[in-house]
Design a protein around this ligand. Structure first.
Ligand SMILES: [Zn+2]
Length: 53
């Protein structure tokens, strides 16, 4: 699973597709308590999306 900001959402999707060979599930991050303070997996920005395989 990756977390991504607005800049890196496409990268997160591409990497998940490469790894899983299937389309990922993209949710908004911060919709529950687990992801409130999550940062992007690729930079230091706050994550906006959660990309699940
Ligand atoms: Zn980012």
């Amino acid at each position: 699973m990756y977390f991504a900001c607005n800049e890196h959402i496409e990268l997160a999707i591409d990497m998940t597709v490469d790894e899983q060979e299937s389309a990922p599930i993209v949710d908004k991050a911060g919709t529950n308590n687990d992801t409130l303070s999550t940062v992007c997996s690729f930079c230091e920005n706050d994550a906006i999306y959660r990309v699940s395989p």
